[in-house]
Design a protein around this ligand. Structure first.
Ligand code: NDP
Length: 344
């Protein structure tokens, strides 16, 4: 059983060498009388939050740290090869938490696995558009942003797993949508594939406030941004605050620019939340899993009707997983970063 193991806790930017290949043996049978399942892992998801699990825990995170010497754990799509659980049988496909390894014994919380009902969409979609990032985009946008038709929406890290969907949900509702991303290729995707009204490459903008004024506020958003879907934090948040409209909403989904810093950057313009009466709200995807069926029906239907598209960045083989995960923090992924361990 090949595995990818965390070498030791990480500080600063993660490196490929922080994760090392390893091998163990695993019986592909669940222990007698247990509710465990044995999974063959097919697709693994690389997600930014995994960086926080590489820190030595100081008790402040909502999720605990990985154990050095043990395989990383994350969302994945897997096939059941043995089961003592009444809800899962051999041959079922599931998505949920699994190990970064060929096969995993899930004995701690098998109830949290979600059985895959529809296989008329690519199975890898359950790491992205129909998995945790999809839930994040859907409830983050519809529940947290309180969006209305015609409103002006700005999304950072807009071409990624979550951002590309938020933009498309906002377009479906009839909003005006602008996104920022870190390369020309990503900006082209936003405008030509995901239907954003406008997009810009923030890496080519020395002054983000000026960039927002030029690309967003003055030309297209004469009165400012109604909704900011926050994926990045730091300097981008500061610049957006200057361009928010009174009574605007900020859905604080993530702040990837801060995850690898020893000392987070300060936010200088936070007082504008008061003067502009902005509602800024954080949220976490797993608070919404009880509403997964509602999200699934809506999103799957839109995929089948070609009203929503999804771009994935697929890395081949378990051994490519460390580079794929590290790549998120350099913006190397174009779309949702997935690792294929096996296709069947
Ligand atoms: P992405 O697929 O968007 O991948 C990460 C992207 O972030 C990179 O491709 C890069 O794109 C951008 N990025 C990396 N470093 C920086 C930086 N220093 N400054 C600006 N941008 C950077 O990831 P996801 O869509 O999965 O996640 C997006 C955000 O949503 C993250 O903050 C994540 O933590 C958060 N999240 C929150 C959840 C929740 O429950 N609240 C659940 C899932 C995700 P680019 O080339 O454009 O710079």
């Amino acid at each position: 059983n090949k595995q990818i193991v965390l070498r030791d806790y990480v500080s600063g930017f993660p490196k490929e060498t922080d994760m090392v290949p390893s091998k163990t043996t695993l019986k592909l049978k669940v222990p007698e009388g247990s509710k465990a399942v044995v999974l063959k892992n097919l697709y693994l998801s690389c997600d930014p939050y995994m960086r926080s699990r590489m820190n030595k825990s100081d008790g402040s995170s909502y999720i605990h740290s990985f154990t050095p010497g043990s395989p990383l754990v994350g969302y994945g799509v897997s096939k059941v090869v043995d089961s003592g659980h009444p809800d899962f049988k051999n041959g079922d496909y599931v998505w949920g938490m699994t190990g970064w390894e060929d096969y995993s014994l899930i004995d701690e919380n098998p109830d949290s696995l979600i059985k895959i009902k529809y296989t008329d969409v690519p199975l890898s979609y359950y790491t992205g558009i129909l998995g945790m990032p999809g839930v994040t985009a859907y409830f983050g946008f519809y529940e947290i942003c309180s969006p209305k038709k015609g409103e002006y929406v700005f999304i950072s890290a807009a071409s990624g797993a979550v951002g590309q969907l938020v933009g498309q949900f906002a377009k479906l509702l009839g909003c005006y949508v602008v996104g920022s991303a870190g390369s020309k290729e990503k900006v082209d995707l936003l405008k030509n594939k995901f239907g954003f009204d406008e997009a810009f490459n923030y890496k080519e903008e020395p002054d983000l406030n000026a960039a927002l004024k030029r690309h967003v506020s003055y030309l297209y958003f004469p009165e400012g941004i109604d909704i900011y879907f926050e994926n990045v934090g730091g300097k981008m948040l500061d610049a957006v605050l200057l361009n928010m409209r009174n009574h605007g909403r900020i859905a604080t989904c993530g702040m990837i620019s801060q995850y690898n810093l020893e000392k987070p950057e300060g936010v200088h313009n936070l007082f504008l939340v008061v003067t502009k009466r902005i509602r800024m709200q954080g949220f976490v995807a797993f608070d919404y899993y009880h509403m997964y069926p509602k999200f699934l029906e809506f999103t799957r239907q839109h995929i089948l009707e070609n009203k929503i598209v999804y771009v994935e960045d697929v890395a081949e083989g378990l051994e490519s997983a460390p580079a794929a995960l590290v790549g998120l923090f350099a913006g190397r992924n174009v779309g949702k970063q997935v690792v294929v361990v096996a296709r069947e």
